[in-house]
Design a protein around this ligand. Structure first.
Ligand SMILES: Cc1cc2nc3c(=O)[nH]c(=O)nc-3n(C[C@H](O)[C@H](O)[C@H](O)COP(=O)(O)OP(=O)(O)OC[C@H]3O[C@@H](n4cnc5c(N)ncnc54)[C@H](O)[C@@H]3O)c2cc1C
Length: 395
């Protein structure tokens, strides 16, 4: 996006240096290979997180979702809105987005050089930059835009080399942590439920003691919890996990209070009094969830419901609506969709993406200390900040 915008604005010569043998490998795997390219809510700055919370605003304002959509529609992408405002190409193929971006680069006369890992960036006397790639190829550039991304999914070539290139000039980075990532838990009840996906409300105490919550799917895994709810909340929970384990409050009946759940159980049991406790959950909860949950309360799934007293029913209703699961850590960068942290934003002009330290050096996308919620927000940040970074020159 940055290269396209610079070429559109008439920069003399635009060269996009890509370390990989193929361009945009993260687009290729995004959205399970379908590319969730933005979100109808992506103009809302509340969906973006940074040590400087106001930093993303100017770029998001100057390149809105409407502008991004109009750009992609002009390229030929027909989009569809899915759950939670997520936008996908109706081709359901991330590769089609890459093909159209590369085509647009070529139409505008920009050069795409593959297998070109930049390993040296130096200021030239009198202005401009020396740019050198592994293997010796070199360029002189008036301006450089660093868009080397975050460090998540290293097997795709993600690394911190772009941060290193900027650090040579005095730029600094924040701590880096995996974001939009599954969370680990030692809870044995959770582990017994592995492989099951449920609809749930998950809430927790977020930064500053604020309550954060999400209602969507929740996946129990061998090591803990995942699914949309967890990945989305992880953006705010992971930094807190460095201070110690955190409690998640899970409601398997997101629309019900404990009182409502207790009445619902009583009604089910009165209607079918011959059933066992385990069978009484059939059609309500997956048995791989119901059994461990009952056993975690020392209730016997084979006991007839007629024998369950009021106290146990209440405990069960509470467990169904406010089950506390402690998470201890985040999964690694191998499993993270984004990087929390990056180059410090107070060293970059949010209106232009130009470095405050070195004129002519621009930084955009995930390499900066900005990440978005799950659902197309990270691409919107990449499009918006890239567009702003490519904007400056018409020379
Ligand atoms: C599994 C997965 C699924 C995702 N799905 C979505 C989604 O559906 N929607 C969404 O909004 N976000 C999604 N994301 C996040 C999104 O992919 C990133 O936030 C986005 O790609 C960041 O864009 P970027 O241009 O800043 O960096 P990147 O897309 O990471 O691109 C950086 C590029 O720079 C190259 N590079 C790195 N170092 C050098 C160097 N020294 N020299 C030359 N080239 C270099 C890399 O090879 C890479 O191609 C997903 C991420 C993952 C991992």
């Amino acid at each position: 996006m940055a290269a396209i915008r610079a070429a559109e604005r008439g920069a003399n010569r635009v060269v996009l240096l890509e370390a990989g043998e193929r361009p945009a490998r993260k687009i290729l795997i995004s959205g399970n290979g379908r590319c969730n390219l933005t979100n109808i809510d992506a103009d809302d700055p509340g969906h973006y997180h940074s040590s400087q919370p106001r930093f993303p605003r100017p770029a998001l304002n100057s390149y809105s979702v409407e502008q991004a959509l109009s750009f992609f529609h002009d390229l030929g992408v027909v989009t569809r809105i899915e759950k939670r405002g997520r936008l996908f190409p109706i081709s359901d193929q991330a590769q089609s987005i890459i093909d159209l971006l590369v085509d647009q680069l070529q139409v505008l006369g920009a050069e795409l050089v593959l297998s070109a890992r930049v390993d040296h960036l130096g200021a030239r006397e009198g202005g401009g930059f020396d740019v050198r790639c592994t293997g010796g190829r070199a360029w002189h550039a008036e301006c450089v835009i660093v868009t080397t991304g975050g460090v998540s999914v290293p097997k795709l070539g993600a690394n911190d080399s772009g941060m290193g290139l900027c650090e040579v000039f005095g730029h600094q980075r924040t701590d880096l942590r995996p974001g939009l990532v599954p969370l680990k838990s030692d809870d044995t009840t959770v582990r017994r439920m592995r492989g099951v996906r449920v609809w749930a409300k998950v809430s927790a105490q977020g930064p500053g003691g604020r309550q954060i919550e999400d209602t969507d799917d929740l996946l129990f895994t061998r090591y803990g919890v995942s699914g949309f709810t967890i990945l989305n909340l992880s953006a705010r929970l992971v930094p807190m996990l460095s201070q110690g384990p955190q409690d998640l409050h899970i409601s398997l009946l997101p629309d019900d209070t404990a009182e409502m759940a207790s009445e619902m159980l009583l009604a089910r049991w009165q209607r079918h009094p011959h059933r066992t406790l385990g069978l009484s959950f059939a059609g309500l909860l997956h048995w791989k969830v119901a059994r461990p949950l009952l056993e975690s309360l020392r209730l016997n799934p084979d006991e007839p419901v007629a024998q369950i007293g009021k106290k146990d029913r209440w405990a069960l209703a509470q467990r169904l609506t406010d089950w506390i699961v402690t998470v201890t850590d985040a999964h690694s960068f191998d499993h993270a969709e984004v990087t929390i942290g990056g180059l410090r934003t107070d060293e970059v002009d949010p209106h232009t993406m130009e470095s405050f330290i070195v004129p002519g050096l621009y930084v955009a996308g995930e390499v900066l200390d900005v990440h978005g919620d799950l659902g197309g927000y990270n691409f919107q940040w990449a499009w918006a900040s890239g567009h702003v970074a490519g904007e400056r020159r018409g020379n």
